[in-house]
Design a protein around this ligand. Structure first.
Ligand code: HEC
Ligand code: HEC
Ligand code: HEC
Ligand code: HEC
Length: 128
């Protein structure tokens, strides 16, 4: 009986560790589902922000930008971070439409680096 209890509590501890680990991992994964896409064709894209910004250490300015008059990227954390604040459903002058902007940024780097997903289903996984 004593032994059974001990085994049981080890399992409980292990189980709660697993729950914490997966909750932590999921907190980092942003689901990019923007209102500009009124008739969605694909499930929201998954984007692990901290993996990119912290673990892989990609410069914020690789993805975030606010261009000043001379075309310099002056983005800092106080500036707009929502891509669709500027990239709408349709192109506006030289500002490319949102879907193209995301694909150019995300897929573009993955293809260039030979790392990260490049197929539709990896970024737009079906809901489980
Ligand atoms: C690989 C691309 C990429 C990198 C690198 C990156 N970001 Fe982001 N970031 C995004 C995307 C995409 C979003 C979501 C924007 C949207 O939903 O339109 C976002 C959202 C954000 C947001 C708002 C959402 C939130 O609540 O977190 C902040 C703040 C932010 N990023 C800060 C940073 C900082 C600071 C860095 C550098 C340390 C950084 N980002 C690096 C792509 C990136
Ligand atoms: C404050 C407005 C603004 C925000 C916010 C913004 N963009 Fe842009 N983006 C622009 C403008 C303006 C251009 C065109 C720059 C040019 O051609 O001179 C551009 C260009 C681009 C390009 C073409 C290549 C380049 O870098 O010039 C990509 C790709 C892109 N944006 C992706 C994104 C992504 C992804 C986000 C969110 C993480 C984002 N943009 C947020 C305004 C914005
Ligand atoms: C500047 C380069 C760069 C940009 C921009 C970028 N990524 Fe990535 N991404 C990477 C690299 C490198 C990896 C591989 C990281 C690893 O596993 O070591 C990766 C991995 C991933 C993964 C797989 C994560 C995993 O668990 O293995 C997803 C999903 C992903 N990226 C989504 C996106 C999305 C969505 C965007 C655009 C909002 C984006 N990425 C923009 C470089 C980039
Ligand atoms: C590297 C990641 C990545 C890959 C690969 C990718 N996408 Fe996307 N896609 C995104 C992101 C990020 C968005 C904007 C966020 C969102 O889902 O709302 C987006 C938006 C879209 C949208 C607009 C929203 C909607 O559902 O109507 C469509 C359509 C789309 N993608 C189709 C595709 C197709 C088809 C493929 C394969 C040929 C593909 N994507 C591959 C990341 C990716």
């Amino acid at each position: 009986m004593k032994k059974n209890l001990a085994v049981y509590s080890v399992i409980v501890v292990l189980a709660s560790l697993c729950v914490c680990a997966s909750v932590y991992a999921q907190e980092d994964i942003m689901s990019l589902e923007h209102d500009v896409f009124v008739d969605r064709q694909r499930p929201a894209a998954v984007f692990p922000h901290a993996l990119h910004a912290d673990d892989v250490g990609i410069d914020c300015l690789e993805c975030h930008h606010v261009y000043d008059k001379s075309g310099e990227n002056v983005w800092d954390e106080t500036e707009e971070s929502d891509c669709t604040a500027c990239h709408g459903l349709e192109a506006a002058g030289k500002v490319m439409p949102a879907m193209k902007a995301f694909h150019a940024n995300c897929q573009g780097c993955h293809t260039k680096e030979g790392k990260g997903p490049v197929t539709c289903g990896e970024c737009h996984p079906r809901e489980k």
